[in-house]
Design a protein around this ligand. Structure first.
Ligand SMILES: [Fe+2]
Ligand SMILES: [Fe+2]
Length: 249
């Protein structure tokens, strides 16, 4: 079986990966290598793409999700002061990105299929985390439905402005806690189940899922989308977020 066929088979089986990994991931042959390494041997180290580990992949996805949350956070005072100044199209685009990249891919395809089934077997505390995190994914999906519904028209009605501001406030707080616990508790616990070689292979599988859902540049495209939303809303310049010096103590 060629390397590509092996990878395709692994991808086909990825839905059951959680269960399979409990007894040991089916390893690729000794000659297997990641695409990055293939590139290195063909073209030399200069063209080698940096390897992205499975947990780094999940955490940089959190980076895109956090930037979408910051867009929501930034419009809260505008919704309260002057809702007609808020561009609903930019919020609609943010909610769509949250849906496709955050909910349908990161949450459903990676966390709910690969991460949570495994950590549920690692003790009652982690099982409880998996339950709460899943509940929060579901609540997030209801919230995204709501955001998509109220930002569909040409402007945000004054009747929706305060409820939407409140929804953003609570959602941002929930998801900041959610992603921070995943980064510091859940992903490190999950990672302990595997050898470095197994993690390399899982990282390739995650990449295959990403390519299958979004084409070659899933993460890069999502990053570009959030960058352009930030630019539209005037949040592109990072320096605007540097606070003034604190008062003298
Ligand atoms: Fe999550
Ligand atoms: Fe996550």
């Amino acid at each position: 079986m060629s390397f590509d066929e092996s990878r395709r088979n692994l991808l086909r089986n990825s839905v059951t990966l959680g269960a399979t990994l409990a007894v040991g991931i089916p390893l690729l042959g000794e000659n297997s290598s990641s695409p990055a390494n293939e590139k290195k041997s063909e073209s030399g180290p200069a063209e080698k793409e940096p390897e992205v580990t499975a947990t780094e992949d999940l955490m940089r996805e959190h980076g895109v999700i956090r930037r979408a949350l910051l867009v929501y956070y930034e419009v809260i005072p505008k919704l309260r002061q002057n809702p007609t100044s808020v561009d609903p199209a930019a919020l609609q685009q943010t909610a769509r990105l949250f849906r496709t990249f955050g909910e349908d891919y990161h949450e459903r395809m990676l966390e709910e299929q690969h991460i949570f089934p495994m950590i549920r077997k690692q003790g009652s505390d982690l099982k409880k985390y998996a339950d709460i995190l899943t509940e929060q994914h579901n609540r997030g999906r209801e919230i995204t439905d709501y955001v998509l519904a109220v930002t569909r028209g040409g402007k945000i009605s004054s009747a929706h402005a305060e409820p939407l501001a409140k929804v953003f406030e609570t959602f941002v707080l929930m998801y900041q806690n959610h992603a921070a616990r995943e980064d510091t508790i859940v992903f490190p616990a999950w990672k302990k189940n595997f050898t470095d070689k197994q993690l390399d292979e899982i990282s390739d599988q995650f990449e295959d899922i990403e390519h299958k859902m979004f084409g070659e540049d899933g993460f890069e495209d999502a990053e570009k989308k959030i960058s352009s939303i930030e630019a539209e809303l005037g949040f592109a310049d990072l320096s605007q977020f540097t606070p003034p010096a604190p008062p003298k103590a």
